[in-house]
Design a protein around this ligand. Structure first.
Ligand SMILES: NC(=O)c1ccc[n+]([C@@H]2O[C@H](COP(=O)([O-])OP(=O)(O)OC[C@H]3O[C@@H](n4cnc5c(N)ncnc54)[C@H](OP(=O)(O)O)[C@@H]3O)[C@@H](O)[C@H]2O)c1
Length: 328
């Protein structure tokens, strides 16, 4: 029996773990829609409410997939989607946060999802050319129009978070947070806590790496973006595998998998933290949800952190181009 608890992101009530849907359409090689729909339905059956998608994932395919899964059971889901990447897939990145674009992107997402409102609408990346007040002002108008219930930001800097929150309450910050990506702990997380903004760690399994499933790039599909990510690059991969080996040892001692240990560590960051591990498979979904029941003592947490010290993580979390779109 899986115990899927409840947590709060600001005023929004969600399952203590969400489901990241990106890999069902984007980034990690080819997918099977039927399998993805089964996984989405299984998640909802088990009490997972928070489904995380974005207009950019698979150029709309991911939102349509989520829409298909929730058709007929809309009330079981808390639908979170994002706007901001305005380029076509494969073309140079264009970030847009101007008001007309926000309105247009929201209409397109509502249509693809087949819903009359989005529960949590994030700006995927901050547009450096547009004041955040304009972007969040346009997002707030969507709330007033009943098209969106709650607002979120992704990879936003502490200053942007404060300015955005002054325009309209921000419900959640979605940023990368895992044992090997802890940047937001210094400033962004404390600011969110001060303002009552919930935290949604993305890639909490280190893009799957912390599960111990990947030990070479050759095993990844040709169109898998991890092939271009520094931590999977030659030289770095082996050093990072040494960290995973230590996590596997600690996990075995607790009778769990390395992925469950990594997820439990994220879950122990606080009551305001709701990770969204991504998977296309029911088996991994269930394994990840079971991590909600893994209790870690302060000694366990210290041992886990000692196994993955920041200075030993080899490679940046994104390549230089992708990092340049992160708000600093
Ligand atoms: N806001 C942003 O900029 C941003 C960026 C990246 C991601 N996200 C969101 O965050 C979600 C999660 O991030 P992510 O998918 O990048 O990374 P992740 O959750 O850290 O890892 C996902 C990868 O791990 C594999 N996996 C999952 N559970 C596993 C298990 N128990 N055992 C072995 N392998 C397992 C998945 O495989 P299968 O798919 O083959 O099952 C997938 O390849 C995404 O789906 C997306 O919604 C947001």
């Amino acid at each position: 029996m899986i115990d899927v608890r409840i947590r709060h992101l600001g005023e929004l009530t969600v399952s203590a773990q969400g489901l990241g849907c990106m890999g069902m359409s984007h980034g990690y090689g080819d997918s099977d829609d039927a399998q993805s729909i089964e996984t989405l339905n299984r998640a909802l059956d088990l009490g997972v409410t928070l489904l995380d998608t974005a207009d950019f994932y698979g150029a709309g395919h991911n939102e349509e997939l989520v829409g298909r899964a929730i058709a007929g059971r809309r009330d079981d889901a808390v639908v979170a989607t994002k706007f901001g990447f305005a380029n076509r897939l494969g073309e140079p990145t264009v970030i847009r946060g101007d008001a007309p674009y926000v309105r247009q992107a929201c209409e397109a997402s509502l249509r693809r999802l087949g819903v009359d409102h989005i529960d949590l609408y994030y700006q995927h990346r901050v547009d450096p050319r547009v004041p955040i007040e304009e972007t969040v002002g346009a997002m707030a108008e969507l709330v007033q129009a009943g098209k969106v219930r709650h607002l979120g930001l992704s990879e936003a800097s502490p200053e942007t978070i404060r300015r955005a929150h002054a325009v309209h309450p921000i419900t959640a910050l979605q940023s990368e947070w895992s044992l090997w990506s802890r940047d937001l702990e210094a400033e962004a997380a404390p600011v969110c806590r001060e303002l009552g903004i919930g935290l949604v760690p993305f890639s909490p399994l280190g893009r799957g790496f912390l599960t111990g499933r990947y030990n070479s790039v050759e095993g990844l599909a040709k169109n898998d973006v991890r092939r271009t990510q520094p931590r999977f690059a030659d030289g770095n991969l082996d050093r990072n595998l040494a960290i995973v080996a230590k996590l596997e040892e600690l996990a075995a001692a607790k009778g769990v998998t390395a992925g469950q240990l990594a997820l439990a560590w994220v879950q122990h960051r606080g009551e305001d933290v709701v990770p969204i591990p991504g998977t296309r498979r029911r088996r991994y979904l269930e394994e990840n949800l079971a991590a909600l029941s893994v209790e870690l003592t302060p000694e366990d947490l210290a041992a886990i952190e000692a196994a993955a010290p920041r200075e030993e993580i080899a490679g940046a979390r994104y390549d230089a181009t992708s990092l340049s779109f992160v708000d600093h």
